[in-house]
Design a protein around this ligand. Structure first.
Ligand SMILES: *[C@@H]1O[C@H](CO)[C@@H](O)[C@H](O)[C@H]1NC(C)=O
Ligand SMILES: *[C@@H]1O[C@H](CO)[C@@H](O)[C@H](O)[C@H]1NC(C)=O
Length: 320
């Protein structure tokens, strides 16, 4: 994931985010008003189906997914089976993890995010499968080498087992064949609504007169978009810091890019502007760097990203 994002930031116009299908699963203990097990399928950043421990069946979350559920009972059966098996597996795993981490009580969260990316123009694809515990990386699958990478000593045993017991081949198939197949199926059903474009509102924000100026675009859909600063019409790379695209809880996205103005003289301000654009679309939103346009950041919603897990978790819950 990190690799992919870095790549995207470097050549963001030529190759924007490909289509994606993510499965996000979590098991929790110690939270009374939260499902012990929750799983959702996310297509291009939109939750399309979910199940939890209180539901017998998987529920569709979009109109087109309901249609697919009616027309493809076999697929619904597949989802229901996966949901049940993972529910049992996650419940057992969180008990094991508590023991391995020497924890007897408290709030604990075990998560898995797995899925695939597919570029409909080049046909390139990639897959990932990562496990997290209490917000930290636990173990992940490397699709290139078909091996498991464990940064924690508590999961070294899993690495050794999974490297040799056929899990790698299972995941290779699941992430490339199955996932890409389902992503294409979903994209086909969701064609009309997934292709709707929603433009963002773009604002310039600044904490104090000497801090960086943040160009913040929020409320856009789809996520295949980019925001950047220009000087004299040319994209700027120095003195800018780009944030990741983050989900809002209504299915839209936000993204921001900071401009360090410490060495920009007052008369040079007018040479800078911030650009928002969607992949493959010509219309751009231009916001000129102008003192009178800048808002202080009161009321700005900022999503902090701590590792890859808590953000997705919080977002998902708000959204369902
Ligand atoms: C686990 O917790 C017990 C009780 O708090 C403690 O005595 C023991 O040293 C801990 N073990 C590890 C490996 O941290
Ligand atoms: C902005 O640039 C100046 C000079 O290059 C540097 O000293 C300062 O730390 C930068 N500020 C931020 C917030 O990056």
């Amino acid at each position: 994931m990190k690799r992919l994002f870095t790549f995207l930031l470097i050549c963001h116009i030529a190759s924007l985010e490909p289509h994606s299908l993510w499965y996000i699963l979590s098991a929790t203990t110690g939270i009374s008003d939260f499902p012990e097990f929750l799983a959702s399928a996310v297509v291009d950043g939109v939750v399309v189906a979910y199940c939890d421990n209180s539901l017998k069946d998987t529920k569709p979350k979009t109109h087109w997914m309901s249609k697919l559920f009616e027309e493809d009972p076999q697929h619904v059966q597949w989802l229901n089976n996966k949901c049940l098996l993972n529910r049992l597996d996650f419940k057992a795993t969180i008990i094991t993890l508590k023991q391995r981490f020497n924890q007897s009580e408290g709030v604990h969260i075990f998560q898995r995010t797995n899925g695939c990316f597919w570029d409909d123009e080049t046909g390139e694809f990639d897959g990932f499968n990562e496990y997290g515990y209490d917000g930290d990386d636990l173990i992940r699958f490397d699709l290139k080498t078909l091996t498991w990478i464990s940064p924690r000593h508590q999961t070294v045993i899993n690495k050794h087992n999974w490297d040799s017991d056929g899990s790698s081949l299972f995941w290779k198939y699941a992430l490339t064949e199955d996932c890409i197949h389902f992503l294409k199926l979903y994209l086909n059903y969701g064609k009309s609504s997934l292709q709707t474009t929603v433009h963002p509102s773009v604002s310039l924000l600044q904490k104090t007169p000497s801090s960086v100026v943040t160009c913040h675009a929020t409320g856009f859909y789809p996520e295949r978009a980019t925001v950047f600063w220009r000087k004299d019409g040319q994209e700027l790379y120095e003195g800018v810091e780009k944030g990741e695209i983050l989900p809002n809880n209504d299915g839209t996205f936000q993204m921001s890019v900071d401009l360090n103005i410490s060495s920009v003289t007052a008369e040079d301000w007018r040479r800078y502007d911030c650009i928002f654009l969607f992949a493959g679309l010509k219309d751009i939103i231009t916001t000129r760097l102008d003192r009178t346009m800048i808002r202080t950041n009161q009321g700005m919603i900022q999503i902090e990203k701590k590792g890859s897990f808590p953000l997705v978790f919080v977002f998902h819950w708000n959204n369902s």
